[in-house]
Write a protein that binds this ligand. Structure first.
Ligand SMILES: O=CC(=O)O
Length: 335
């Protein structure tokens, strides 16, 4: 072991030392595939070191060329600035809000991400949360398992999915997959997005509030950025209305969570299905107590199958970087 608690590689391995990759926090993919990744790369695990982060980064500053990151692991300006040799950040997420992309652009650091790898899985969960909230599947499960059915036999009615107007906020690859799944249920799809999409005939709303006023269900599929933070505010929620349902598989902070909790508690909207939250893994206790809310622990993106594909993508991107080849899934860092 060296002074940071790492196993020294033996002499033979040092002939062709594995490329070093910094990991700030353990990514979910480590839990299942760390062995596979470790066969190829030597991971410098910041969270495992007794050193404070800055000191750890300074210690490895010259040797770190790549970072492996994930959806809830911030890669900040100060981290990037402490690593003069950094050339690549690979994140296992599709979302990029946790990485200081401006600093990457300024410094010429490339970024690789999961792209649309998870879109189908996320869309499945969006539809699952929607049907659950609408038809009260989890609430019904609690009703049965808590013995209430046997005691009084009355359980409130859910609402029909077919014929509803569903507003998709963000018609990127996830939003499109959600639309594809809901059309055969007989839903009428409407959407808002940065731009109108020529590939679909769904009615387009440039204003989210107008979209909310014209639908019964709002599904949040967009990315989190400066324009979408708290995009779903009190005005939008009130426009959605008392029969309205909100589903979020984007990022927690796209919705003003406090306002949503207030609207749910006061019956200003009918219910919610949420995979993401503003301060994960902390979920407001009011949401936990509500029977008309379905909760999921930010797992829409991960299935066993996509994690397998993800690990290959991570390896492919790191190998491409270390052998000066084009990245498999680069993020285009606009000027
Ligand atoms: O939420 C997870 C992701 O952005 O991939």
């Amino acid at each position: 072991m060296d002074c940071n608690g790492y196993h020294q590689e033996n002499h033979d391995q040092n002939v062709f030392p594995k490329p070093k990759v910094l990991v700030l926090e353990p990514p979910p993919v480590f839990k299942y595939h760390e062995d596979k990744l470790s066969q190829k790369f030597h991971f410098l695990k910041a969270w495992d070191s007794p050193l404070p982060l800055d000191q750890f980064l300074t210690t490895h500053a010259q040797s770190v060329q790549a970072i492996l990151s994930h959806g809830t692991c911030p890669v900040t300006t100060s981290t990037i600035r402490l690593l003069p040799s950094l050339g690549l950040i690979v994140t296992t997420s599709s979302g990029l809000n946790q990485i200081d992309l401006q600093e990457c652009r300024r410094r010429g650091v490339s970024v690789a991400y999961a792209g649309s790898l998870f879109s189908a899985d996320v869309a499945d969960i969006a539809v699952g949360l929607l049907i659950d909230a609408l038809r009260k599947i989890s609430a019904g499960n609690r009703y049965v398992t808590q013995g209430l059915w046997a005691n009084n036999g009355d359980f409130s009615l859910g609402s029909k999915l077919g014929g509803t107007k569903v507003g998709i906020v963000g018609l990127g690859s996830i939003g499109l997959e959600v639309g594809k799944r809901l059309e055969p249920f007989g839903c009428n799809i409407l959407y808002s997005s940065r731009n109108r999409k020529s590939s679909v005939s769904y009615p387009y709303y440039s204003n989210v509030c107008e979209l909310a006023a014209n639908c019964e269900i709002l599904i949040i599929c967009c990315e989190l950025n400066d324009h979408t933070r708290h995009l779903i505010n009190k005005e939008v929620l009130l426009a959605l209305g008392k029969k309205g349902l909100i589903i979020n598989v984007g990022r927690g902070a796209i919705i003003d969570e406090q306002e949503m909790v207030r609207c749910l508690m006061q019956g200003e909207i009918a219910g919610a299905g949420l995979d993401v939250f503003e301060n994960e893994p902390h979920v407001p206790s009011e949401l936990i107590a509500l029977d008309n809310v379905v909760l999921s622990p930010h797992r829409a993106v991960h299935t066993e199958e996509t994690l397998m594909a993800l690990v290959e993508l991570v390896i492919g991107n790191l190998e491409a970087f270390f052998s000066n080849k084009p990245l498999l899934s680069p993020v285009i860092l606009d000027e």
